[in-house]
Design a protein around this ligand. Structure first.
Ligand SMILES: CSC[C@H]1O[C@H](OP(=O)(O)O)[C@H](O)[C@@H]1O
Length: 345
């Protein structure tokens, strides 16, 4: 199994695989301060809910290091500004806000300590978030593998692999587990317009692992589902409401409708850190709208005419009624979602 490290923190530098350039160029993007981390999340150098949560946590570490020698008031004040900036870097994936909230609480509880002692605690917390994500993904993969039949054909959307997490992946982590436990699975990967996380990133991970697969244009999926070619659909998540409504990459909702029409099991694979316990339904989830250039250009080459207006939501919400189950590190949650999600608390 290839080890793909999307994120690495060493000697007060955060190293990120630059996912904007994969698969043609493998390049590491270095963040030396929290503003570079903010840029990296915004510009999708690093992306994927768990990955940006861990990345933001290390952004706080870099901020604490940067302001370490200031007096306490300035240290805490500047740290607070950094938390705000990082918290607002992207609006939909709740793992980001979850990580920042943990850091805020930690700083609040330890305000009376020295700057250095606070820095040490922040660094320890960031490392814990990092380590826990790998263990979480492996646990999710085992639960998910329970629903993967021998020889199953799996459809996935966007990228939910080692590049979207600290390691192994969420939905693609289940694919890895099924592959490595000899289930002889086959994967169809949606290319996932407009940023092509499937065509560029998932395809790259599948090739790295030698997992039998085919890349498809997003529009092919419905026909494969209708023709009984797909046994199960596995997708990731960016934010899950208490009733089970789930925000994920744009195009997920459409897949869920077709899956429901043809009775194909449709699973979300996500850690419990992706559940937003403060919202009842998907209606409360803010959907990020991104720059039009993502739709009018591919790799910097214009494909749509000057002057055309663009609507570019990066996510959509799949209603709980279309979801067969939510595979988490604590087990598979099924409807009634709120009742079963609350048991996780
Ligand atoms: C393992 S979470 C991956 C999740 O994040 C992706 O969004 P983006 O590439 O914009 O960060 C997509 O929604 C994936 O399902």
């Amino acid at each position: 199994m290839k080890e793909i490290k999307a994120i690495e923190f060493k000697d007060n530098i955060l190293y990120l695989i630059d996912q904007r350039k994969l698969p043609t160029i493998y390049e590491i993007f270095q963040c030396k301060d929290y503003k570079e981390v903010d840029f990296a999340i915004k510009d999708m150098v690093v992306r994927g809910a768990p990955a940006i949560g861990a990345t933001a946590a290390y952004g706080v570490v870099l901020a604490a290091k940067e302001f370490l020698n200031q007096d306490k008031k300035d240290f805490l004040g500047n740290l607070d500004k950094a938390l705000e900036v990082l918290n607002n870097s992207r609006p939909t994936a709740v793992n980001l806000m979850w990580a920042i909230k943990k850091m805020r609480l930690l700083i609040e509880e330890n305000r009376s300590l020295s700057n250095e002692e606070i820095y040490v605690k922040i660094k320890k917390e960031a490392d814990k978030i990092f380590e826990e994500d790998i263990a979480t993904n492996k646990a999710m993969a085992k639960y998910g593998n329970e629903i993967i039949k021998q020889g199953a054909t799996i459809l996935t959307h966007c990228n939910t692999g080692a590049l979207a997490t600290v390691g192994y992946g969420t939905a693609l982590g289940v694919v890895r587990e099924a592959h490595y436990t000899g289930k002889n699975i086959f994967v169809y990967a949606d290319e996932t317009r407009p940023r092509l996380q499937g065509g560029r990133l998932t395809a790259w991970e599948l090739v790295q692992e030698g997992i039998p697969s085919k890349l498809i244009a997003d529009n092919v999926a419905a026909t494969l589902i209708r023709d009984g070619k797909i046994d199960v659909i596995l997708v990731g998540a960016d934010r899950i409401a208490l009733n089970g409504d789930t925000a994920n990459k744009i195009g997920t909702f459409m897949l869920s409708v077709v899956a429901k029409a043809y009775n194909v099991p449709f699973y979300i694979v996500a850690p419990t850190t992706t559940i937003d316990f403060d919202i009842e339904t998907g209606k409360e989830i803010e959907i990020e709208e991104r720059d039009s250039i993502e739709v009018t250009h591919i790799d910097g080459v214009r494909t749509a005419p000057e002057g055309i207006e663009v609507y570019n939501p990066a996510f959509d919400v799949t209603p709980w009624e279309n979801i067969s189950g939510i595979i988490t590190e604590k087990g598979i949650i099924r409807s009634p979602y709120k009742e079963n999600i609350m048991k996780l608390r």
